[in-house]
Design a protein around this ligand. Structure first.
Ligand SMILES: C[S@@+](CC[C@H](N)C(=O)[O-])C[C@H]1O[C@@H](n2cnc3c(N)ncnc32)[C@H](O)[C@@H]1O
Length: 421
């Protein structure tokens, strides 16, 4: 399940990848003519130390075979290395980029394999192919440095295959389908093309293949622009009491508290609720008695332990499939299953229906998700329409932001409760 915010911990989110600013841009590939043979590899010379690529190979194996979450694992692994900032950015691009692009990369690599290679060799091949096809790294550098980062027993294979990939990349690669070219599961491409329209969907899918951008709020919290837009639609002034029903890691709770409101931040998972508490403490907005700030409660939002009509505003930033924030979690597209969508939509509806009675007369209800599927967005709004109307809510038009290079996508809907309820 996805988490629309960036500063976070164990699944679903652990924080934004560093920017890929210092990486070589994807430009025209030089010819692959002068590649070394496996036996005569040049020394790394001016190349980044092989440690960066070795770290990347290990990370990819742990994500692919060990089931680790890329955006949880990599920061931990990098914290244990002494790599310089430039090499950390390289590792991040190699791991996140090759994880996002694995379907497209494997399509090219597999042309030159007769059997599925062991995980370490597969990881090295993906990382090498990513440099050759996506990053515009000169073939000589990409191949030799990747081979050096590969365990000895696989070096011959990796060298031979990457030399062929380099030649294919310079000749131009054709993919059998849009889903392979964009490196998504078929079902995601088909769903979004049907529901958003083809061009909009393809633009969104392309944008989510780019590295995520970091946006730092004035208080220092790193949060995507679209999450900031959702927090901003929750009305909150000094003295207001606001409920954030699915709050972890606390991006929106802390923004709302920053405007002077008292926020009750609920999350189902105790570990994730702890993230809200530590983020609030770090930002200096933990709740003081009778004051504003964030108070954290571990509870199930489908059975919230609060009296009806208690809150001036209630935000339901619901767990979702995250189809609008896939660039933030490079492995997420390979984990989500089509059947998850309807399970999540049922949960989202229950959360919204549990939240609505808690809004005080004249108050505001906000529903948001960082996904694009109709089932989790406008269909949840439609399915709850009659029940909300019966409670005196009137709806404003919903908003859908499709992901771009600058921001994640987001859907939100806002209702106002009549003052005489
Ligand atoms: C999209 S994230 C929330 C992001 C958060 N609002 C922010 O901006 O930082 C959804 C959260 O809902 C929580 N959650 C899932 N099911 C829940 C439930 N039944 N009740 C309360 N929280 C739930 C998840 O643990 C997750 O932290």
């Amino acid at each position: 399940m996805a988490d629309s915010s960036e500063s976070a911990g164990p699944p679903p989110s652990a924080g934004p990848p560093p920017s890929a600013g210092a990486l070589p841009s994807a430009g025209a590939l030089p010819s692959a003519g002068a590649l070394p043979s496996a036996g005569a590899l040049p020394s790394a010379g001016a190349l980044p130390p092989a440690d960066a690529r070795r770290t990347a190979v290990e990370a990819v194996v742990r994500i692919e075979s060990g089931g680790a979450y890329a955006n949880v694992l990599l920061p931990k692994m990098l914290a244990e290395t002494e790599l310089e900032a430039r090499d950390r950015r390289l590792v991040t691009e190699l791991v996140f980029g090759s994880t996002r692009r694995k379907r497209a990369l494997d399509h090219v690599v597999d042309r030159y394999l007769v059997a599925d290679p062991p995980p370490l060799a597969r990881a090295a091949l993906r990382i090498g192919a990513h440099q050759l096809i996506e990053m515009g790294t000169p073939p000589h550098a990409a191949v030799s440095a990747t081979v050096q980062a590969t365990p000895k027993r696989f070096r011959g294979l990796v060298n031979a295959v990457l030399r062929k990939v380099a030649a294919a990349a310079s000749a131009g690669i054709e993919y059998p389908s849009r889903a392979v070219a964009l490196s998504y599961p078929d079902w995601i491409v088909a769903l979004l093309c049907t529901e958003l329209g083809e061009q909009r969907a393809l633009d969104a899918l392309s944008a989510m293949n780019l590295p995520a951008r970091s946006h730092r709020r004035e208080d220092g919290y790193v949060q995507d622009q679209s999450s900031q837009q959702v927090a901003a639609v929750v009305p909150a002034a000094r003295g207001d009491l606001v409920l954030d029903l699915c709050a972890a890691p606390g991006g929106k709770s802390t923004e709302i508290a920053g405007r002077g409101a008292a926020v009750v931040a609920v999350d189902l998972q105790p570990g994730r609720a702890g993230l809200v508490a530590s983020n609030a403490q770090r930002l200096g907005c933990s709740r003081r008695l009778e004051g504003n700030g964030v108070a954290v409660v571990v509870a199930d939002g489908t059975a919230p332990p609060f009296r009806r009509g208690t809150f001036d505003a209630v935000l339901v930033d619901a767990p979702c499939s995250g189809l609008a924030a896939l660039r933030r979690r490079p492995d997420a597209r390979w984990r989500i299953r089509p059947a998850d969508i309807s399970v999540l939509a049922a949960l989202q509806r229950r959360l919204l229906e549990s939240a609505a009675p808690l809004v005080a007369p004249g108050g505001t209800l906000v529903y948001s998700v960082c996904t694009l599927s109709l089932a989790e967005t406008s269909e949840v709004v439609a399915a709850t329409g009659a029940e909300l109307a019966a409670l005196g809510f009137s709806a404003q038009p919903s908003s859908l932001l499709v992901p771009t290079a600058d921001r994640d996508g987001m859907f939100w809907s806002v209702w106002t409760r009549s003052a005489d309820r």
